[in-house]
Design a protein around this ligand. Sequence first.
Ligand code: CA
Length: 80
Amino acid sequence: MRRVAVGSIVAALFAAPVFASVALLDTDGDSLVSFEEMSAVYEDFTEEDFAEIDTSGDGLVDETELAAAIEAEMIEAPGE
Ligand SMILES: [Ca+2]
């Protein structure tokens, strides 16, 4: 039982920042992060940075792209 509880806590620690990230950056509620929304949070954030994170090239960063950027340490997880 103890092992199950510890596993759940570890899973929550890894999952929470990623799932919360888009919500923390998304100010207009469309569940996607625009360049304007990114640059409002990250100092010195450039359109080149955005293009690197926006791997699909659609001009918006979704949860998968944001999580990948945080994992690759291109940006810090928002709220940290
Ligand atoms: Ca948005």
